[in-house]
Design a protein around this ligand. Sequence first.
Ligand code: EPU
Length: 301
Amino acid sequence: MRIEEHVAARLKELGAEIRQGVSLAEQTSLGIGGATDEILLRRFDTIPEVMRVLASENIRHKFLGGGTNVLVADGELPWVALHLPSTQPGMRVEGNMAYVDASADLGGMVTFCAKRDLGGMEGLIGVPGSVGGALRMNAGAYGTQIGTHVREVELYRAASGELETLRGNDIHFDYRHTSFAPDDVMLRVKLELPSKPFKEILAGIRVCNEKRRASQPLNQKSAGCIFKNPPGGSVGKMIDELKLKGHRVGDAIVSDRHANFFVNAGQASCSDMLKLIDDVRERVRAAYGMELENEVIVWQN
Ligand code: EPU
């Protein structure tokens, strides 16, 4: 979607930067997605007004974080992408509290805190993506979930149209799910972390890194696990048992390393990936009578 000049001029007055015809394939870990204009939100205080302008001009939008858990449609997209600029380092520590920008890299946050003797997030070390994306979906791995440590979140609340600060206790964090609305925009988070010597944290990080390297296709284009796990089970194991590793639609392939990772082995399109997802979902339904829920977020229209 192209932003008309008069709208672009108004958005620029509000401190936003417009990038025209951006390929989302280049901004997503799957390497899939069409083109659209992108609005870089350089000022937090004007976000409510930016949103009002978009609403009054009937411009649909989607907020793109690290792009590591989304499958974006092919071709010219009927919405614009909103993005926060990355900040360096975008985090600071005071006592046991870490104050982190949503645009910061999740792994970068884990090591930044570790170097300051704050632990508890070792399991998140290899999880790709931004802190904001991790917050929104309560990212987790190896026994750690980010929500456990959240004390405050500063965000743009779509429901009120204003910037708000929520206390950790007022947010529900479940397995790969939170009480944030889909169009809330995470801006900053305050986390409380346990004190731990750097060396100990590093040892934990190494263990998680090794496990991840041994079981996940880290060098291939993916969005991590495609489906959520059912309580107590592993969808990867189920798909593997159905002998679906290597199953493909075009260049969209069930990873031969971890069957809940679907990789783009070259030029996979969104529709290839969606066909593969539907096909695997159907086979799991037929074999196990179980309806799989997507973990990956699909932006089809
Ligand atoms: N397994 C297989 N074949 C496979 C994949 C897994 O037999 O192709 C078996 C493993 O051998 C193991 C069991 O299934 O015995 C569980 O595997 P794993 O430890 O990889 O855990 P998972 O349930 O498949 C979950 C998360 C991952 C997270 C790991 C480690 C979900 C959907 N997946 O995977 O998170 O990294 O645990 O904590 O919750 C993600 O969410 O994108 C993600 C990658």
